[in-house]
Design a protein around this ligand. Structure first.
Ligand code: ADP
Ligand code: MG
Length: 393
C-alpha cells in the first residue's frame, strides 16, 4: 500500500533527548549488534557501536528454535539465556557508562504475519538487561502493530525517514540482513515530508549462508566477500525459475522470514540440483547470489515507481550483505538494467557503519516509546493506525 506520511505526524520535537542503546540480532543468527546513540524525535546521532558473536552452541539452539524443532522447555531456557547474553553484551560495551534506556529487538524465532492467525515471536528476556544495567528496557516491538492488523515489519522505516530522507531526492534504503528489506523515501512536489513505502524484499544473506556452510562442510559461516560466488557460473534456468516465487509478486505491505526463504527453500533447491553441494558449490553460490540481487530489483520493478524527472536518485545499502562485494556488484548490474540513473552507495559512505542501522533503529523506537510517541508508519506495515510500539520493563 502506498502511503503519505503526514507532516510532523506524531512528532513533538520538545521531547527530552535520550541516550539509548539499540540491540539487534537478526535472521542471520551471526550475533548481536549494539549501538549507543543520542536520540531526538527528528534526529539520531551515533556515539559508538559494538558487536558480539553468538557462541556456536547458542547459534545452533536459535536455529533449532527457528526451525520449530525446540520444545517449550528449551524455548523457555533459551529465552532467558539470550536475555543474559544480551545483558552481558550491552554491559561490556557500556563499561559502566549511564544511559537512559535500551531498545531491545530480541531474536525472531517465528514470523508468520499473513495467515488467518498472524503471529510473530522475538525471544530474549528483557528483565535480565533491566536488572543488570538498571535502566528501562523497551522490547517486543512488533506485536502492537501485528495486533492492529499490520505485518509487525519492517520497523526500521521510521529511523530511515529520520536519518536518510533528503529533500528533492528519491532514496531507497536497502537492508541486506538475513532477509532484505527496503524503504522508499520520495520527496514529491513542495511538501515537507517524503512519501514512504517499505517492505521486505525476500532473501538477502540467508540462502548464501546456508550454501556456504553446506559446501564448506560447516567450516565457513558465510561466503566472505562473495569469493565463491564470483568464481562460480550462474545457472540461468534455475535462476529464472526461482524468480517466479510468488513472494516477489505479492503486493506490499509484506514481510517474510526464514520460514519462507530459509531452510525449506534451501532444501528444495538441493532436491532439484543433485550434487550441487559436492561438485558445484561455487556455481550454487553464484546462482543464489544472483538470485538475491535479482530478486531485490524485481521487487523494485514490480512495486516501486521509477524516480521521475532529474531528481537525485540513490540506493543506500546497509546490513552485513553490503560487505559482500560480489553481491553489491551484481545488485549494481540489475539496478542499472532497471534504472541506469540510480546511484548505489553503502551507508559507510554516509558515516554510518553497515551494522549500525538496524540497532540504531531500535534505539530510536525505544526512545519513541519512552516519549509516548507511536513508532509504526501504518501505511508501510498495513496496521489500521499509529501505535505505541514496545513493552516497558
Ligand atoms: N565480508 C563479508 N562477506 C560476505 N558476507 C558478509 C560479510 N560480512 C557479513 N556478511 C554477511 O552478513 C550477514 C550478517 O548480516 P546482518 O546485517 O548482521 O544480518 P542480520 O540482521 O540478519 O543478523 C552474515 O551472516 C553474512 O552473510
Ligand atoms: Mg546480525
Amino acid at each position: 500500500m502506498a502511503g503519505r506520511i503526514l507532516v510532523g505526524e506524531g512528532l513533538r520535537p520538545g521531547k527530552k533527548p535520550l541516550r539509548m542503546v539499540g540491540v539487534m540480532s537478526g535472521t542471520s543468527v551471526d550475533g548481536v549488534d549494539c549501538v549507543l546513540c543520542r536520540c531526538r524525535p527528528g534526529s539520531v546521532e551515533p556515539e559508538r557501536a559494538w558487536s558480539r558473536r553468538f557462541p556456536k552452541a547458542m547459534a545452533l539452539r536459535i536455529h533449532a528454535a527457528a526451525r520449530g524443532e525446540s520444545g517449550s522447555w528449551e524455548c523457555g531456557q533459551l529465552h532467558h539465556d539470550l536475555g543474559r547474553f544480551y545483558a552481558d553484551a550491552v554491559a561490556a560495551g557500556l563499561r559502566g557508562e549511564a544511559v537512559d534506556g535500551i531498545g531491545l529487538h530480541g531474536q525472531t524465532v517465528f514470523h508468520r504475519p499473513e495467515r488467518g492467525r498472524p503471529a510473530t515471536w522475538q525471544i530474549g528476556e528483557p528483565a535480565w538487561l533491566a536488572e543488570r544495567l538498571g535502566v528501562t528496557v523497551v522490547s517486543n516491538f512488533r506485536v502492537a502493530d501485528l495486533a492492529a492488523g499490520g505485518q509487525g515489519a519492517p520497523l526500521a522505516t521510521l529511523f530511515h525517514r529520520v536519518v536518510f530522507a533528503k529533500r528533492d531526492s528519491w532514496t531507497l534504503v536497502q537492508n541486506l540482513g538475513g532477509i532484505g528489506n527496503v524503504t522508499e523515501l520520495d520527496f514529491r512536489g513542495a511538501v515537507d515530508e517524503p512519501a514512504v513505502r517499505a517492505f521486505d524484499t525476500g532473501p538477502a544473506n540467508v540462502l548464501l549462508d546456508l550454501a556456504a556452510r553446506a559446501v564448506s562442510g560447516g567450516r565457513e559461516a558465510f561466503d566472505r566477500d562473495g569469493r565463491r560466488a564470483a568464481r562460480g557460473r550462474v545457472d540461468e534456468a534455475r535462476l529464472k525459475c526461482w524468480l517466479r516465487h510468488p513472494f516477489f509478486r505479492r503486493k506490499p505491505p509484506k514481510s517474510t522470514g526464514r520460514e519462507e526463504f530459509g531452510e525449506p527453500f534451501f532444501r528444495a533447491v538441493l532436491e532439484d540440483w543433485p550434487g550441487a553441494v559436492e561438485r558445484e558449490g561455487d556455481d550454487l553460490l553464484a546462482t543464489l547470489t544472483e538470485f538475491t540481487a535479482a530478486s531485490v530489483v524485481e521487487n523494485y520493478r514490480r512495486h516501486l515507481a521509477k524516480p521521475s524527472g532529474g531528481k537525485e536518485a540513490r540506493v543506500i545499502l546497509a546490513g552485513g550483505g553490503a560487505a559482500n562485494s560480489h553481491l553489491v556488484r551484481r545488485l549494481g548490474v540489475w539496478l542499472a538494467r532497471w534504472n541506469p540513473g540510480v546511484q548505489l552507495v553503502t551507508v559507510d559512505e554516509l558515516g554510518w557503519g553497515r551494522q549500525m542501522i538496524e540497532p540504531a533503529a531500535f534505539a530510536l523506537l525505544g526512545a519513541y516509546r519512552m516519549w509516548g510517541l507511536p513508532g509504526n508508519l501504518p501505511a508501510t506495515t498495513g496496521a489500521s493506525g499509529p501505535r505505541l510500539l514496545g513493552q516497558i520493563t
